[in-house]
Design a protein around this ligand. Sequence first.
Ligand code: FEO
Length: 168
Amino acid sequence: MISDKIRDVLNEQINKEFYSAYLYLSMSAYFAEIGMYGFSKWTKIQSKEEIDHGMILFEYVIDRNSQIRLAQIEPPLFEVKSPLSVFEQIYQHERSITSAIDCVAQMSESDCDLATRNFIDWYLKEQIEEEAMVSRIISKLKAFGEEKSALYLIDRELSHREYNQPVY
Ligand code: FEO
């Protein structure tokens, strides 16, 4: 059993992961609208992974004999200036998720809930990977993204991403 405080913060994190899925899915739609199908595929796959992140938390809360409290998911908000600007917003978003995960880790430690502290390690590592992956795309867009032909090649590269269900 986990404390009410930990239950609540894990439920909040489920909401953040599902919001992330919504955000990436709406970005995927934007990229499809402007004909950038590689970017669209990449963000759609990321959306699926965010649902997986939410579901791993969901199963954990149930396994700990605690309660799921699903809350409303806010409409996804982002500005659609350019692929670079969208990826910069993704980076900021992922940084905010990293901070939220850090807080879950700290709270579980101060609550002497070592099982949750151990569980959340997977998310800490996942966030390092996600920030690095997005940061690399931003670097490429900054270096070459002004050129339409380079943007086309980056789009093609992103289209090679395949969905791999995250293994916890
Ligand atoms: Fe589930 Fe992108 O953090």
